[in-house]
Write a protein that binds this ligand. Structure first.
Ligand code: ADP
Ligand code: MG
Length: 246
């Protein structure tokens, strides 16, 4: 994304954000509450429209900047562009009235129009991968928060995305449950899944991210390797933030 701006009324939430993510890269976004991290992810994943700036996936324009406004591609083009990425939220956002299996297979079958048997077989493999083998008939309310988040990750993976976005995936979870989810995300990173992760888990960001971005007040204050940003922050704002949360 390039020169992205977004306001809600008088409130300028994103002030000229440019961000490029390479294939296979793991980018961690950290920063105080209200700094615009979720809005950035929502703009990047087309859940929210940008006011100004451009957005490109794999050379395909989702939006271009035209006369200081973002002009979006057609519905059909955006539909195709959405195939590039999956999204995992803080509160799992599973469909409560769908079984685990249906949560995972619904979009591949109905949006991607893939063969149901093939998708079902793949969903069972994905459930094993996330540590929930055999739970396909369960409903979200029968699962713990950590298990629901594992289903959400399996659901995102079932679309065969090129990249995954995570918005504070462990913020609603207990510490010991968090560790399991972080381990799963670390495994995805080792498999070279491209990921953008908004997180407060600083040690996870230090160990897993290729690049760390510190946001504050709608701008990228500082970015670089974990060693640069977390261990040797240049900005006083970054230093103050890290001191507060560690
Ligand atoms: P973060 O994820 O870093 O905590 P957000 O992107 O959620 O920050 O929010 C940034 C600012 O934008 C906050 O002040 C928030 O209240 C405001 N905001 C976010 N979404 C909306 C919205 N839909 N309408 C009005 N204000 C919003
Ligand atoms: Mg947020």
């Amino acid at each position: 994304m390039s020169h992205v701006k977004k306001s809600f009324g008088e409130l300028d939430v994103l002030k000229d954000i440019s961000l490029n993510v390479e294939e296979g890269e793991v980018v961690a976004i950290i920063g105080p509450s209200g700094s615009g991290k979720s809005t950035l992810l929502r703009c990047a994943t087309l859940l929210e429209t940008m006011d100004e700036g451009s957005l490109t996936y794999c050379g395909q324009n989702a939006a271009v900047n035209e006369n200081g406004r973002s002009r979006y591609a057609s519905k059909k083009e955006l539909h195709d562009i959405k195939e590039n990425f999956g999204l995992v939220f803080q509160n799992f956002n599973l469909f409560p009235h769908y079984s685990v299996l249906k949560n995972i297979t619904d979009a591949p079958v109905h949006v991607q129009k893939r063969d149901r048997d093939e998708v079902t077989a793949e969903a069972k493999k994905l459930l094993a991968k996330v540590g929930l083998e055999g739970r396909e008939s369960s409903y979200p309310w029968q699962l713990s928060g950590g298990q629901q988040q594992r289903v959400a990750i399996a659901r995102a993976l079932a679309m065969n995305p090129k990249m995954l976005f995570f918005d504070e995936p462990t913020s609603a979870l207990d510490p010991e449950i968090t560790a399991g989810i972080l381990k799963l995300m670390r495994q995805l990173a080792s498999e070279k899944m491209t990921m953008v992760i908004v997180t407060h888990e600083i040690s996870f960001a230090r160990n897993v991210a290729d690049r760390v971005i510190f946001m504050d007040g709608g701008v990228i204050v500082e970015e670089g390797t974990p060693e640069d940003v977390i261990d040797n922050p240049k900005s006083e704002r970054t230093r103050a933030f890290l001191q507060k949360i560690e």
